[in-house]
Write a new protein. Structure first.
Length: 230
């Protein structure tokens, strides 16, 4: 893993320079922007491999930039927030961010999270897909090779981690998986985040399964989730 193009969007010059310094040391190519509109334009003009996006930006805030980017691209997004506030983090995840960091942060942790997400992307989109059969659960068909899902005969669109969460639950049908287990299965043990991230993504998968006549994700209070067929 080297040479990937990263876009850093933050209006604090010292954060941009510090992040650039550490990421370039690890071989990443770095572009920067200091406003929401400039960052959005840069991301669409030359799509990066990953975006580091601050919440508080002039012109357009990070949430709006994330929303507009996600409407056009599946590029991984790490959001930065100055508030250790679950509401900010949950909103970012619901808009399609992949991870978040609270300021001030250790630049080594940022580098580690960038690498973890890019490794996940490589696993999710290998250069040569091995042949494999689709997994059918009730009226839900999950093609792990093509990474497609059909619910009640109709295709549904899932983001990378949403697909991984659904696949993990389907592969362990009728088995309760804890949030920590889902983190390991869908994100990988090297991923740095909190179990609340799982709740947000399960909620999005539930929306995708709304068209199913039989498949549901049940919440097992105090433990986790399981996929069932009624």
């Amino acid at each position: 893993m080297s040479g990937e193009h990263l876009l850093l969007i933050d209006d604090e010059a010292h954060i941009l320079e510090l992040a650039r310094l550490y990421l370039e040391r690890d071989g990443f190519q770095i572009a920067t922007a200091s406003t929401g509109p400039a960052g959005l334009e840069a991301a669409l003009a030359q799509p990066p491999d990953l975006v580091v996006l601050d919440v508080m930006l002039p012109g357009l805030d990070g949430f709006e930039v994330c929303r507009r980017l996600r409407a056009r691209s599946d590029v991984p997004i790490i959001m930065l927030t100055a508030r250790d506030d679950d509401l900010d983090k949950i909103l970012g995840l619901e808009l399609g961010a992949d991870d978040y960091l609270t300021k001030p942060f250790n630049p080594r942790e940022l580098t580690a999270r960038v690498k973890a997400i890019l490794r996940r992307q490589e696993r999710a989109h290998p250069t040569a897909q091995p042949a494999s059969g689709a997994l059918t659960v009730g009226d839900v068909v999950i093609d792990s090779a093509g990474r497609t899902v059909r619910v009640g005969g109709r295709p549904v669109t899932l983001r990378v981690k949403e697909f991984d969460v659904l696949l993990a639950l389907a592969q362990h049908r009728d088995t309760v998986l804890s949030r920590d287990q889902l983190l390991d299965l869908a994100w990988g043990i090297e991923f740095f985040t909190q179990t609340r991230t799982v709740d947000v993504h399960v909620a999005q998968v539930r929306k995708a399964l709304a068209g199913s006549s039989s498949v549901r994700i049940e919440t097992v209070t105090g433990i986790g989730y399981k996929l069932t067929i009624s």
